[in-house]
Design a protein around this ligand. Structure first.
Ligand code: CA
Length: 420
């Protein structure tokens, strides 16, 4: 067991009951305050541990990190030290925060900042963003609606962890609102397309993983090695405009329907912290090709939910799903991504694809929940939704739970503003 994951650990920092951020989590993020620049922090309870100060006070001993790794405005510098160093760092932070360790307690005022005093920043400088399409239920639902119910899954889907290269420049932090995108849509199939604001703005419930530096161009990462190249995970809302998508996606896949914005949650939960919640991947049939074979528990049991909140109204939970529903696991995604020699780099972001379960209340997009507008959802305030309306806020949350420990991701939230 990784030392910092011990469920018996208790911190001298008060952690409210039901918090996503007990001492067993210790996710990394970038924060600033009204009086200081962006830098690395670790979340515990309702506090942020200021890693620059922890380093300055000498608490990190012989660990291979320098001040610049923590005073940086992205996690990339720290992540460049790799998996083993990151694990030792998290173990050391855990030690310093344990209730029977008095090394740092007298400096609490210097190292801890109340969460209400910080402004979260983009955690990672994302080099490349790749989005997979790894939920069989989602791919089946979309194929049924957009193409042919009898052949909903394309022939390659059960062989290849299908993915495409997205756009990193429009990956944004939770809390940043988005204007409704404009583009070519074709409301009447018998008429020419028109240029207009999208009428079918949608969310996609996803998670994403962030990578360490990979191998040189030409080399591959095996499923067995994959975890050594994954730093951690966050919540990910891959905003989509379904009407733009339907018109543009043949032959090269989605383009402007997807690249106007994708929102991420601010805290990167390490793969190490998620290790106790690893679980079996569901059956894969047909048998996968050899480079996609894997051993052990490579999926993760992470409960996910989506809330929709209209302006000046209460939130309605519209979806309950789980990351373990994914057909392809992250190790297979990374092995597939690199099998041709494609190199990944520190700070690459890999989206899971929309995470839908088998029941209609577990579908991970409005497209599926309201079945392309044919089954509108009724919200708590009595209004109906087929897609996301102006001034609606979409909020995603996720957490694991077991052995009395809750490891959470916080939330990713953003509002759709009227078109510019
Ligand atoms: Ca997506």
């Amino acid at each position: 067991m990784i030392k910092a994951n011990n469920p018996q650990l208790v911190s001298w920092v008060e952690v409210p009951e039901g918090s996503d951020f007990p001492i067993q989590n210790l996710p990394f993020g970038i924060f600033k305050t009204s009086y200081s620049d962006a830098r690395v922090g670790v979340r515990i309870g309702d506090y942020v541990l200021d890693m620059s100060v922890v380093h300055n006070l000498g608490y990190l001993g012989e660990l291979p990190f320098s001040l610049s790794d923590f005073s940086s405005c992205f996690l990339n510098e720290m992540m460049r030290k790799g998996k083993i160093a990151s694990r030792e760092l998290r173990n050391r932070i855990s030690e310093l925060l344990q209730s029977d360790n008095f090394e740092m307690q007298e400096k609490a005022d210097q190292v801890l900042i109340p969460i209400e005093d910080v402004i979260m920043q983009m955690p990672v400088q994302i080099g490349d963003y790749t989005d997979f399409y790894s939920s069989k239920e989602h791919a089946t639902n979309v194929g049924t609606m957009f193409r042919d119910p009898a052949n909903a899954l394309l022939p390659n889907w059960l062989w290849i962890p299908v993915g495409y290269h997205g756009r990193a420049s429009s990956v944004i932090l939770s809390g940043q609102d988005i204007h409704r995108p404009k583009g070519q849509i074709k409301p009447d199939p018998n008429e020419n397309p028109i240029f207009a604001p999208s009428r079918q703005v949608d969310f996609e419930l996803e998670m994403a993983f962030v990578t360490f530096d990979g191998k040189p161009l030409g080399d591959s990462i095996s499923t067995q090695e994959a975890e050594e190249f994954i730093f951690g995970m966050c919540l990910f809302n891959d905003w989509s405009a379904r009407d733009i998508q339907a018109w543009e996606y043949v032959p090269l896949g989605p383009f402007l329907a997807k690249n106007f914005a994708s929102s991420i949650s601010p805290w990167i939960v390490t793969l190490d912290a998620l290790e106790p919640f690893s679980t079996e991947t569901g059956e894969q049939n047909p048998e996968v090709l050899s480079y996609l074979e894997f051993e052990g528990k490579k999926s993760y049991d992470i409960h996910l939910e989506v809330g929709l909140q209209p302006q000046d109204s209460e939130e309605t939970t519209i979806c309950n799903s789980n990351f373990k529903y994914m057909y392809w696991n992250m190790a297979q995604q990374l092995a597939h991504h690199t099998v041709n020699g494609c190199n990944i780099r520190c700070g690459d972001l890999m989206g899971s694809g929309t995470i839908s379960g088998s029941t209609p209340d577990s579908y991970g997009s409005m497209l599926e929940l309201a079945w392309r507008g044919t089954k509108p959802l009724t919200l708590k305030d009595g209004t109906e939704r087929k897609f996301i309306l102006d001034n609606d806020t979409v909020i995603m949350r996720g957490h694991c739970e077991g052995n009395g420990v809750r490891i959470g991701f916080g939330e990713v939230s953003a509002k759709i503003l009227p078109a510019k």
